[in-house]
Ligand binder design. Structure first.
Ligand code: FES
Length: 647
C-alpha cells in the first residue's frame, strides 16, 4: 500500500510519509512553516495544527480523525497544564496514521488585514530572522573539560542543526549562571541574518522562552509609525504612531538640513530627538500589547533619505544640494543599542536600502509592498509629501525619481492651510448653479453647508483647510467654471455669487464665512498648480523613460493618498490618465514593506536585489523636465489627453 498522503492548508503543499511520522516532521520536509521552540518536547505549544475531516476530492484524500494518533502522555500533560483549544493538536507529538488534511492555523490574520491594502493582496509568509531554540545541555564533567558555552553550542547543533555559531559578546559572562538557573535547560535566540553568514546567538534565557517580538518602523518627516509583531506567530500585537519631534527644528526636510548646516550641534540634536521618539513609541506599543520591551529581538526601519541619515547619526548636508549624494545607499545592519534603541541588548536593527538621493528606504518599502517588479502591467507608485517619490515599472524594468512638490499638498503655503486635524475642512463640493459650498470637517461626521455646520458645530470650530480639501476645492472651482484652465479666478463670476471676492487685481473664493474666514486665493491656486505640475512632470518623465503614454494602475502611498479622491487628483492633472478603478490608496505601504522584511528575511534580499536594478532618474538633470512642468500647469494639462475623465 502507498504511504499516507498529507496535505497542508492553506499552503496546499503535500507529500507522502511513512506511517508514524510526526506531523511536524512532515511539515518541515515540505517546507511548511510551523513554529517550534521546544524542539518537539511537547512543552512550548507553538506547533499547533488542526486536522480536517472530510472528502477532499480535488486531492483524492479522505481525511479522518482516525488517521492521526491519539494524544500521547506528553501531549496529554501539555493539555492539562497549558490547555489546548478544541480540535488543536501538537504537531510534534501527533503521528500520521493515514491520509490527512492538516490546517496550519494562521495567526497572521491581522497581518493579512494590514497587508490587504496592498494591491497584490499577499499574506506575509513567515521566515523571521530570529528563531528561538530550547536545548538541554549536558552537565559539566571533570573528565571532559569542554566549556559550558561550548557544550551549549554542541546541543544547538545536535538538536537544531546550527553550525559555526557565534555569540553576542555581552552574553558570554552570563552563560554559566543562565545554564544553572535553568537546570541546564535553556532557550537560545538565534539570529541568522547577520552581516556574516554565520548564525549568531543573540539571546539566552533559563528554561523555556516562548515569545519573541519584532518592530517595523517608518520614520516620516511628520510622523513616526510602528508595528509591534510576534516573531513566532506573525501576529501584529500593537500599532501606533507619534509625531516626529524634529518638527521643532524645521517643518520640512530642507529646513532640517539647513538647521544642521547652521548649527554645530544640529545633527546631534536631531539624531537624539528622533531616537528618543522611537524609544518612546516602543514604550507605547509595548504598553498597548503588554509586552516587555526587552523581548524585542529584531527591528526593521524605513525612512526617507534625510530621516534615514539623521536616525543613523549621519550628516545629511550632502543631500541638500546637487548631486544629492547619499552617505550610504545599501541596506544596513546594526545592534539596536548602537543606535541608543532601548530593547533587548542582543536585538538587531536592519534598514532597507535607499533608492536615490531623494528616493529613500521608505520608497523601497513601498516598492516591496506593492511590487511593481512582480507585475506584467505598468504600475505607478506615488508617495506624496514635500517631495514626491515616484516609482514606475513592471517585471521588465522599473524607474524611479523624486519631484519637488513642496509642502502645498500638506496644507502649508496655503493661506488657510493646515495639517489634517479636527477642525480642518477635508472634503468640498461646490454647487454648479448657486456656487454655494458644502463641506466635511474632520471631527464632524457629516456633509453640511454653512448653515448646517453652524447648527452642529458646538464641539468643533472650523480652523482651516487640509491638503485633501485643497485639491478638491481647486478641482471643484475648475469644474464649476470659477477658474479657467490656466487657474485664473474668473472675476466676472462675482455677479453670480457674493462668494467671489476681489483682492486688488485678483479674486478669491469665500469657502467659509466665519471666524476665521476661509478663502481660496489666487496665490493658493498657484501653489497647488506648482505642486501638481512638479508631480505630474516627474511622473511624465518616467513614462517617457519607459516609452509609454499610459499607465495601467496607480497606487497612492502615504497618508495624503488615503484622503484624496482619485477623480479629483485626475481632474487637476496630478496623475496621468488611468482607469479610475485602477487608482487605489494603499496607506502606509512603506510600513507594510518594513513589516514584510521583518517577518521574512527573504524579502530583505528581494528588495536589496530590486533596488540595485531600479534605474534612478534625476529630474533636475533632465532638460526636458521644464517643458513637462510648464505643460502641466494647465488643468488638467496643456497637451496630454485625459479620456478616462470623459467617461
Ligand atoms: Fe514545542 Fe510541539 S514543538 S510543543
Amino acid at each position: 500500500a502507498k504511504e499516507p498522503l498529507v496535505l497542508f492548508m492553506p499552503s496546499g503543499k503535500r507529500g507522502r510519509f511513512p506511517v508514524g511520522t510526526p506531523v511536524l516532521e512532515a511539515a518541515r520536509k515540505l517546507g511548511v512553516y510551523v513554529e517550534s521552540v521546544c524542539g518537539g518536547r511537547a512543552t512550548c505549544g507553538r506547533c499547533q495544527i488542526e486536522v480536517q475531516e472530510g472528502n477532499f476530492a480535488k486531492h483524492k484524500i479522505v481525511s479522518s480523525l482516525d488517521h492521526i494518533s491519539e494524544k500521547g502522555p506528553k501531549e496529554e500533560r501539555y493539555e492539562k497544564v497549558r490547555g489546548l483549544p478544541e480540535g488543536r493538536r501538537l504537531s510534534c507529538s501527533a503521528l500520521i496514521l493515514g491520509d490527512l488534511v492538516v490546517d496550519v492555523p494562521q495567526d497572521t490574520v491581522i497581518n493579512a488585514q494590514v497587508v490587504r491594502k496592498a494591491a497584490t493582496d499577499r499574506v506575509i509568509e513567515r521566515n523571521a530572522a530570529v528563531q528561538l531554540c530550547y536545548v538541554e545541555v549536558d552537565e559539566p564533567d571533570m573528565h571532559k573539560p569542554l566549556g559550558d558555552l561550548d557544550r551549549l553550542k554542541v546541543m544547538l547543533e545536535k538538536d537544531w542543526g546550527w553550525k559555526d555559531l557565534l555569540i553576542a559578546p555581552h552574553l558570554i559572562p552570563q552563560v554559566q549562571s543562565i545554564l544553572r538557573k535553568g537546570s541546564w535547560g535553556v532557550t537560545a535566540a538565534i539570529h541568522r541574518d547577520m552581516d556574516s553568514s554565520r548564525p549568531f546567538i543573540v539571546g539566552l534565557w533559563p528554561g523555556l522562552k516562548n515569545e519573541a517580538y519584532g518592530v517595523a518602523c517608518d520614520i516620516g518627516s511628520t510622523t513616526i509609525a510602528m508595528h509591534l509583531v510576534s516573531l513566532l506567530s506573525g501576529r501584529i500585537v500593537a500599532s501606533s504612531g507619534t509625531s516626529n519631534p524634529q518638527i521643532r527644528f524645521g517643518e520640512d526636510l530642507m529646513s532640517r538640513v539647513s538647521y544642521v548646516m547652521m548649527n554645530p550641534d544640529g545633527r546631534e540634536a536631531m539624531t537624539k530627538a528622533v531616537r528618543e521618539a522611537v524609544n518612546g513609541l516602543i514604550g507605547k506599543v509595548c504598553a498597548e500589547g503588554e509586552v516587555d520591551r526587552h523581548d524585542i529581538l529584531d527591528m526593521v526601519f524605513v525612512a526617507n533619505p534625510i530621516m534615514h541619515h539623521l536616525f543613523l547619526g549621519i550628516d545629511p548636508t550632502e543631500l541638500g544640494q546637487a548631486p544629492f549624494a547619499l552617505a550610504v545607499s545599501g541596506a544596513l545592519q546594526y545592534w539596536a543599542h548602537e543606535l541608543d534603541i532601548d530593547v533587548n541588548r542582543g536585538a538587531r536593527l536592519y534598514t532597507l536600502p535607499c533608492i536615490a538621493g531623494h528616493v529613500g528606504a521608505d520608497a523601497a518599502g513601498a516598492t516591496l509592498a506593492e511590487g511593481p517588479y512582480r507585475q506584467d502591467r505598468m504600475m505607478l507608485l506615488v508617495d506624496v509629501g514635500t517631495n514626491a517619490e515616484i516609482v514606475l515599472g513592471n517585471r521588465q524594468r522599473v524607474v524611479a525619481a523624486s519631484s519637488p512638490t513642496g509642502p502645498a499638498f500638506e496644507g502649508a503655503e496655503i493661506s488657510s492651510g493646515q495639517r489634517a486635524a479636527p477642525g480642518a475642512i477635508e472634503r468640498v463640493r461646490i454647487d454648479p448653479v448657486t456656487l454655494e459650498p458644502k463641506f466635511r470637517v474632520i471631527g464632524v461626521d457629516k456633509w453640511s453647508d454653512e448653515e448646517g455646520f453652524a447648527e452642529g458645530a458646538e464641539k468643533v470650530g472650523i480652523t482651516g483647510i487640509c491638503g485633501s480639501a485643497i485639491i478638491e476645492v481647486v478641482a471643484e472651482m475648475y469644474l464649476t467654471g470659477l477658474i479657467s484652465e490656466d487657474g485664473v479666478v474668473d472675476g466676472t463670476m462675482a455677479e453670480r455669487s457674493p462668494r467671489i471676492l476681489q483682492n486688488g487685481r485678483t479674486f478669491s473664493y469665500l469657502l467659509h464665512d466665519g471666524e476665521p474666514r476661509i478663502t481660496v486665493t489666487q496665490n493658493d491656486i498657484r501653489a497647488i498648480q506648482l505642486a501638481k505640475s512638479a508631480l505630474y512632470a516627474g511622473i511624465k518623465l518616467l513614462m517617457e523613460k519607459q516609452g509609454v503614454d499610459h499607465v495601467d494602475t496607480i497606487r497612492f502611498a502615504g497618508a495624503f493618498g488615503s484622503f484624496i479622491d482619485p477623480k479629483y487628483a485626475m481632474v487637476l492633472g496630478l496623475i496621468p490618465d488611468c482607469d479610475l478603478n485602477e487608482v487605489k490608496a494603499v496607506g502606509n505601504a512603506a510600513g507594510t514593506g518594513a513589516l514584510m522584511a521583518l517577518l521574512n528575511r527573504d524579502h530583505r534580499r528581494e528588495i536589496e536585489r530590486e533596488v540595485s536594478r531600479i534605474e534612478k532618474i534625476e529630474t533636475a538633470l533632465e532638460p526636458h523636465f521644464q517643458q513637462l512642468f510648464v505643460n502641466a500647469m494647465a488643468m488638467p494639462n496643456k497637451v496630454d489627453p485625459f479620456p478616462e475623465l470623459a467617461k
